[in-house]
Design a binder for this molecule. Structure first.
Ligand code: P6P
Length: 288
């Protein structure tokens, strides 16, 4: 694809996802119960997971220049073209928060290679955050932009988002007794710094958006019973890492940038750590 074609397709993908956000947010009502199915990662799906995935699959796979749609909610990719860009989506991140009406999101990555692909193949990524306000953060062409979304428009509110230099918030998923000892030692060090504030909401997008807004670190680390952690590389790790690194932060799977992790399978998991450079460097030192 020419650079101009890539720009057009990225524009259409972003516009399609932004344009679906209000409908998805409103469509959560009445879809909070569990479906009778599990996703490829073995997690019980909410009715809203399946519905949002079908909605985005139909719309994104219809874009001229999209060759592939893949999501956390479906085992196989939808192959819809011989050439073009591949879209990796987590349609509803944090759907376990549906029952408690807490923050959720939609995560997407636009790759210029067929999936599974490393994060270095990303040309854009972003997320929708269903908070008190519906917002969108997008990374492309070396810049992160932030928008407020309403039913009929997308308003630019920050045209160059960068992660604050002084880290403030931290949030770590998983179960403390399972954490690898060296990682737990790192957490104790972070917690001991009284200027840091614990922020963990159970949906990565809400937690990562706090890191982008206030500075800090979010991690869903390797666990003793889950050495590759929980989060999915194609649909969560890569898009999040790409955006945070574009905003001047860092990512790590414990040893290197998440974007450099070579996938074996479409649904590979990855230990995910994102945030300020200094915290990520200290983390990697602690895990050595
Ligand atoms: P736990 C949501 O299901 C998710 O994939 C992420 O958004 C979130 O960070 C994590 O799982 C929460 O996992 O084990 O704390 O419920």
């Amino acid at each position: 694809m020419t650079g101009r074609d890539t720009d057009r397709v990225v524009d259409e993908v972003i516009e399609t996802i932004a344009g679906s956000a209000t409908e998805i947010r409103q469509g959560l009502v009445g879809r909070r119960e569990d479906a009778d199915e599990e996703n490829p990662s073995g997690e019980t799906q909410a009715e809203a997971d399946v519905w949002a995935d079908d909605l985005l699959a139909d719309r994104l796979s219809s874009i001229d220049g999209v060759r592939q749609y893949a999501s956390e909610e479906r085992l196989e990719t939808i192959d819809c073209g011989d050439d073009g860009l591949s879209i990796g989506v987590d349609p509803l991140d944090g759907s376990s928060n549906l029952k408690s009406n807490n923050t959720m999101g939609t995560v997407f990555g636009v790759y210029d290679e067929p999936l599974p692909a490393p994060g270095t193949a990303l040309v854009a990524s972003g997320w929708i955050l269903y908070g008190p306000i519906t917002t969108m953060a997008c990374a492309r062409d070396g810049t992160v932009k932030k928008y407020e979304l309403s039913s009929d428009e997308r308003t630019l509110v920050d045209d160059d988002v960068t992660i604050p230099e002084d880290p403030l918030v931290y949030g770590f998923g998983g179960r403390v007794p399972d954490w690898l000892d060296e990682f737990e030692a790192y957490v104790r060090e972070i917690e001991s710094d009284s200027s840091h504030k614990l922020r963990y909401g159970g949906a990565m997008i809400g937690d990562v958006n706090q890191v982008l807004t206030y500075g800090g670190i979010f991690a869903y680390p390797a666990l003793e019973d889950a050495p590759r952690g929980k989060l999915r590389l194609q649909f969560e790790g890569n898009p999040i890492a790409y955006l945070i690194e574009t905003a001047g932060g860092s990512s790590s799977d414990g040893t290197r940038s998440i974007l450099e992790v070579e996938p074996d399978d479409l649904h590979d998991r990855v230990p995910l750590h994102v945030g300020n450079d200094e915290l990520i460097e200290r983390l990697e030192d602690a895990l050595e």
